[in-house]
Design a protein around this ligand. Structure first.
Ligand code: CA2
Length: 148
């Protein structure tokens, strides 16, 4: 069976492409999903793509990834800067996590400079818009030794 990656999106990312295009661009979350699926196909990886506005739901999905997925691409949205629960969930599953942000969080407000996810992620990509998701998938594919 093909290896798979879980692509998880946190709060408000369902609004992508519909509000604040000056900050987050005009690409919708469905467009991002299509880009991830295309990258997965190219690399021979199945992609499961999800979004939730609820912290506990994201925690549950991270737990369930153990044994089902080979890695996680995570844009935790604003929970990035607050959630010890998500950090602990990532530590507990021992799966490689690529943290991704559409915007460059280090060019923005000081409260966005702190990431609890970065403390446990394999690596982090930010500031490249939706292409960051594709880069994250490629980085995880390389990390898990997936050859296309
Ligand atoms: O840059 C990113 O990807 C963020 O994770 C996006 C979060 C933000 O809180 C993080 O600091 C950085 C916000 C996602 C909200 O997305 C929206 C999209 C369109 C309209 C409103 C919100």
């Amino acid at each position: 069976m093909a290896k798979s990656l879980l692509v998880l999106n946190g709060p408000n990312l369902n609004l992508l492409g519909t509000r604040q295009p000056e900050v987050y661009g005009s690409t919708t979350l469905s467009d991002v999903e299509a880009m991830c699926r295309a990258a997965g196909e190219r690399l021979g990886l199945a992609i499961e793509f999800r979004q939730s506005n609820h912290e506990g739901v994201l925690v549950d999905w991270i737990h369930q990834a153990k044994g089902r997925h080979s890695g996680i691409v995570l844009n935790a949205g604003a929970y990035t800067h607050t959630s010890i629960a998500l950090m602990d969930a990532i530590s507990s599953v021992e799966l490689p996590v690529a943290e991704v942000h559409l915007s460059n969080i280090h060019r923005r407000e000081a409260f966005r400079h702190v990431s609890y996810i970065s403390k446990v992620a394999l690596g982090m990509i930010c500031g490249f818009g939706p292409f960051g998701y594709v880069m994250s998938i490629e980085a995880l594919a390389d990390h898990i030794g997936q050859k296309s």
